[in-house]
Design a protein around this ligand. Structure first.
Ligand code: NAP
Ligand code: ZN
Ligand code: ZN
Length: 349
């Protein structure tokens, strides 16, 4: 076993504190990674605070992991010691179902389904998974990404969740030139949706509850900014947008967002409000509008996203923090006070 240092929540809602635990001994196809940086996703907060229901504690959150390979198993062919690599939201899946075979491992639901990076059990159904707020992680090389040259490790870390979660729907719906894309909520996911949407050629409109984010939204690549507190400015966009990526982490008015879509437009829900959102019939039926969800992205698509980011110099805007500040960072994320992703420097563990 490998002894690892990390930070964990002991129970739902408890502050994160230092925690020592063991990881499995790396197998033939595994790589052992020395973690350099780990982003703080709002999902970490929902999970550690038990907002999504039952969870496994102690919980070491973190699924935006970048580090260097320390050791590669004898049958691992894709990586060697020293390589800069990433690990995202899952570390295994059944590998045989149609979803896995076609590179949509996030939707695996056979044989226990996708194994998430933390708050889950490995395929042996007993080894707990622990996330990236830790010194090292052991992962099968098939679930590890290459971080391309040109990306800096701390700014690449958030791409492993915030990046792929916004890139995947943009690609699925082929969003690009000629499309008007709305981004609801300018946090970690939202700021990546702006950068990636703009890099694909879309005309991007940010809809934000924080008016002070206007100038930053433009700097990130948005063409328009709509403060959601200003009813007149919101109404001016009624029926205007082809797509909206909704990244809001809390209950909010979905129907007002839907009304901004044009005929056959799609609202793509990625934000995971812990309580249900209500849907009114008329905004949907009047213009045949749609609401869909989207979950992260598969391994192949995550690599494609990282390569796209390197080619278009798209990286996250980060505030690097020491491990001991994680609880303060959680409170700031919940207050929408993050510009635009906190990333923990694991040297400070
Ligand atoms: P985040 O950084 O906290 O961003 C969320 C943004 O939503 C905030 O910055 C804020 O933007 C807006 N917001 C927050 N509370 C609001 C409220 N009560 N009313 C209106 N707007 C509000 O969070 P994140 O890390 O981007 O994650 C966003 C959500 O996506 C979370 O629920 C997370 O669990 C989920 N998620 C889903 C997936 C997936 O695969 N579907 C993957 C990762 C994360 P403004 O200040 O601009 O209004
Ligand atoms: Zn995440
Ligand atoms: Zn599968």
């Amino acid at each position: 076993m490998i002894s690892v240092r990390g930070y964990a929540a002991d129970r739902a809602g408890a502050p994160l504190t230092p925690y020592r635990f063991e990881r499995r001994e790396p197998g033939d196809k595994d790589v052992l990674i020395d973690i350099q940086y780990c982003g703080i996703c709002h999902s970490d907060i929902h999970a550690a605070r038990g907002e999504w229901g039952e969870a496994l504690f102690p919980m070491v959150p973190g699924h935006e992991i970048v580090g260097r390979v320390a050791r590669a198993g004898s049958r691992a062919t894709r990586f060697k010691p020293g390589d800069l690599v990433g690990v995202g939201c899952f570390v295994d899946s059944c590998r045989t179902c149609p979803e896995c075979k076609e590179g949509r491992e996030q939707f695996c639901h056979t044989d226990g389904g996708t194994v998430f990076t933390y708050n889950d059990l490995e395929k042996d159904e007993k080894t707990r998974t622990y996330g990236g707020y830790s010194s090292q992680i052991v992962v099968d090389e098939g679930y590890v990404l290459k971080v391309p040259a040109g990306l800096s490790p701390e700014k690449a870390a958030p791409l492993l969740c915030a990046g792929i979660t916004t890139y995947s729907p943009l690609r699925h719906w082929k969003v690009g030139k000629g499309h008007r894309l709305g981004v609801l909520g300018l946090g970690g996911l939202g700021h990546m949706a702006v950068k990636l949407g703009a890099s694909l050629g879309a005309e991007v409109t940010v809809l934000s509850s924080t008016p002070a984010k206007e100038s930053e939204a433009k700097r990130l690549g948005a063409h328009h900014f709509v403060p959601t507190s200003d009813a007149a400015k919101v109404s001016a966009f009624t029926g205007e947008l082809d797509f909206i990526i909704d990244t809001v982490s809390a209950p909010h008015d979905l129907n007002r967002a839907v009304s901004l879509l044009r005929r056959d437009g799609t609202l793509i829900l990625v934000g995971a409000s812990p309580t249900p959102l209500s849907v009114a019939a008329f905004p949907l039926i009047m213009l045949r509008r749609k609401i869909s969800g989207s979950l992260i992205g598969g391994i192949r698509e995550t690599q494609e996203m990282l390569d796209h980011c390197a080619a278009h110099t798209v990286q996250a805007d980060v505030e690097v923090i020491p491990m001991a500040d994680v609880n303060k960072a959680y409170d700031r994320v919940v207050k929408s006070d993050v510009r635009y992703r906190f990333v923990i420097d694991m040297k400070t563990l």
